[in-house]
Design a protein around this ligand. Structure first.
Ligand code: ADP
Ligand code: MG
Length: 426
């Protein structure tokens, strides 16, 4: 058994090494002591986090349990009544479910190739998950309204703490790219980690918004979602980013079933649509010279909604994806943007844009986004496809080399009779 003392030493290995370097180089000892003191303030919490590295029985036991995934219709049905009992039951479900899901992710971090798992950024995310597991697994039983309120408080703190995980994973995997021999294994890890995260965030946000009583919403489900409005929101966001970046933006034209209204969850759409639109806009702008500014071919967005699913096709005339890259475009970390988010065009700048406009606006369109410098990581397409499949749908890219690209996003309705038996689970 490893006591908390050893754990603290282990965790502080890095800071301590740093400090002693400072010390030996004759830097002020005061500063060293001050920094050491600062790290001790969070000592207890860190001790708990690190103890969890060794506290394998708890993680392993939880990871062995079966995760209980819900159909959106079940979520919709159970969330209809907004009484205390419903909210309490929802919290109790999460209290049982969260440690199981988080523990499964921790096991997956452990199973990563050693050299990848050692990457400081990836290790940082691993630690975030361990910390979340501890907090969630040690939370006392929820029996009263007060218990539920403090549990919800914890949940929203955790949502916040995990806000940047996708960006962190994207940059972590980019760093250790050259050590990865088994692409397949990493792709599976990322598919699973990212979609599990999406699921967790949907469930948590659903629970947190049950109390909000927003008209037209049951938790996170918009019972009368106007697809057109959701798409337009993404178009506006991407247009702003692109005009900031390039000074010119192609027209984005919407057609098809523009009056489609149905219940759905906006969260995944608010991630997927901007990613696909950014790619289309970037390709269009970059394949047309400045002189052609008046002649930028528009991007056509077509909506179809039927009994079973709804389909969004985004067609650009950005020249398409070269044959030899069509497969790779859907791989994690594959990008034709200049290396590094700090590069100038042709990359969309992430935090590199002067006022960090990109990340701010990302938050404007979606309070729970990937955030930060997404472009240039090569995460847009693979993450979008993983999310679409998690939602019982698909994402297909059809390039017409020399002309442009069509992206088809298909998603299952959550309330269709036709989809009931094959409906997805969150
Ligand atoms: P990123 O945008 O960060 O490069 P993505 O996963 O979104 O990552 O896209 C990966 C690559 O696929 C892009 O760098 C680009 O080369 C190619 N691509 C994606 N969408 C299009 C498109 N509509 N037209 C041309 N190329 C595209
Ligand atoms: Mg992209």
């Amino acid at each position: 058994v490893v006591g908390p003392r050893q754990s603290i030493n282990l965790l502080h290995l890095r800071p301590f090494t740093l400090h002693s370097n400072h010390y030996h180089r004759g830097h002020s000892t005061n500063r060293v002591e001050y920094r050491a003191a600062a790290t001790i303030t969070s000592e207890r919490e860190r001790a708990r986090t690190v103890a969890a590295y060794y506290n394998q029985p708890a993680v392993e036991a939880a990871a062995k349990k079966k995760s209980v995934r819900l159909t959106p219709s079940a979520i919709l049905y159970h969330g209809r009544s907004e009484d205390e009992a419903t909210i309490l039951r929802s919290a109790q479900y999460l209290q049982k479910e969260m440690p199981v899901r988080v523990a499964k992710r921790i096991i997956a971090f452990r199973d990563l190739p050693f050299i990848v798992g050692c990457n400081p950024i990836i290790l940082g995310v691993h630690e975030l998950y361990l910390r979340a597991f501890n907090i969630l697994n040690n939370f006392p039983a929820i029996n009263t309204k007060e218990d539920e309120v403090s549990y919800s408080q914890k949940l929203s703190e955790l949502l916040e703490d995990h806000q940047d995980v996708v960006t962190q994973l994207a940059s972590g995997f980019r760093e250790c790219r050259r050590h990865i021999h088994n692409e397949e294994l990493v792709a599976r890890f990322l598919d699973k980690t990212l979609t599990s995260r999406l699921g967790i965030r949907m469930l948590v946000q659903h629970h947190l918004s049950l109390r909000e009583n927003k008209p037209n919403y049951v938790g996170i489900i918009n019972v009368g979602m106007k697809l057109k409005e959701v798409i337009e929101r993404s178009c506006q966001f991407v247009s702003r980013v692109a005009s900031h970046k390039y000074g010119r933006v192609p027209l984005l034209k919407l057609s098809g079933h523009v009056n489609a209204v149905f219940p759905y969850i906006e969260l995944p759409l608010d991630y997927i649509l901007p990613e696909i639109l950014k790619n289309a806009v970037r390709a269009t702008v970059e394949s047309h010279s400045e002189i052609e500014v008046m002649h930028l071919p528009p991007i056509h967005i077509t909506i179809a909604s039927n009994e079973i699913d709804f389909i969004i096709r985004i067609s650009d005339r950005g020249g398409g994806i070269p044959h030899h890259l069509t497969k790779r475009a859907l791989e994690y970390n594959f990008t034709t943007a200049n290396d590094g988010a700090t590069s100038s065009p042709p990359a969309f700048s992430g935090t590199s844009s002067p006022e960090g406009v990109f990340s701010n606006m990302m938050e404007a369109v979606n309070p729970n986004p990937v955030g930060g410098p997404m472009h240039g990581f090569g995460f847009g397409l693979p993450t979008s496809r993983a999310y679409a499949e998690y939602m019982g749908g698909s994402l297909e890219v059809q390039a017409m080399q020399g002309i442009g690209t069509d992206v088809y996003l298909r998603l299952k309705h959550i309330n269709s009779p036709g989809a009931s038996f094959s409906s997805f689970r969150i």
